[in-house]
Design a binder for this molecule. Structure first.
Ligand code: CMP
Length: 164
C-alpha cells in the first residue's frame, strides 16, 4: 500500500518527470502578462487566461486595474526615447488592463512563444497576438523579455505577499 512505502520505494512507482531526462537544465520562472486595453475592451480576457492555463502556466497573482499615466510611463520607461512612447502610454491608460503574474518551467521563452511576435501581422497562427491583436501598438498582451525583467515587472505590480 502506497502510504506504507518509504520515499525511495514510492519514487519507483511515480511516472518519470522531464527532470528525470533533462536534469536541472529547466527551471521554474516567473513572467508578467498584461492583457492590454484593446483585448479587455473586446472581452477577450477570459479566452486569453484560459489559453495560458492550457499552456500549463500557473496564475500566482491577478488584478484588473486602470493604469495611471505615471504607472504606464514608469513601466515602459525603457522605451521613453522611442517615437511611439506617447502613443504607447496613451493606449495603456485608455481603459482597464488585467495584470497577471505567471509561473511555469521555462516561463519566459514559453510565454513568448505562446503570445507570438510583437506585431500581430508577423505572429504565428494560433498565438495570442495573432488571435486577439490588431497591430503593433494594440497587440493584446505584454510579455517580459528576460528572466530578470520577468521578476522586475512582476514586482512592479505585486507585493511579495500577494504572490501565491
Ligand atoms: P510590449 O510587449 O508591451 O512592449 C513594448 C510595447 O511597445 C510593445 O509591446 C508594442 O505594443 C509597443 N510598440 C513597439 N513598437 C511600436 C511601434 N512602432 N508603434 C507603436 N507601439 C509600438
Amino acid at each position: 500500500m502506497a502510504y506504507l512505502l518509504g520515499q525511495n520505494e514510492l519514487s519507483h512507482r511515480l511516472p518519470p518527470s522531464p527532470k528525470d531526462f533533462l536534469g536541472d537544465t529547466m527551471s521554474v520562472q516567473r513572467t508578467l502578462c498584461i492583457i492590454k486595453p484593446d483585448a479587455v475592451e473586446k472581452r477577450k480576457q477570459g479566452a486569453i487566461i484560459q489559453h495560458l492555463l492550457d499552456e500549463d502556466f500557473k496564475v500566482i497573482a491577478m488584478q484588473q486595474i486602470q493604469l495611471s499615466q505615471t504607472q504606464a510611463e514608469g513601466f515602459y520607461a525603457v522605451h521613453n526615447e522611442r517615437p511611439f512612447f506617447g502613443e504607447l502610454v496613451e493606449f495603456m491608460t485608455r481603459s482597464p488592463v488585467v495584470v497577471i503574474a505567471l509561473e511555469r518551467e521555462d516561463a519566459i521563452a514559453h510565454y513568448r512563444k505562446v503570445i507570438g511576435a510583437t506585431n500581430p501581422k508577423d505572429a504565428a497562427d494560433g498565438t495570442i497576438r495573432k488571435l486577439y491583436g490588431t497591430d503593433i501598438g494594440e497587440n493584446a498582451v505584454h510579455g517580459s523579455d528576460s528572466e530578470e525583467n520577468g521578476l522586475i515587472e512582476t514586482n512592479y505590480y505585486f507585493k511579495g505577499h500577494e504572490l501565491l
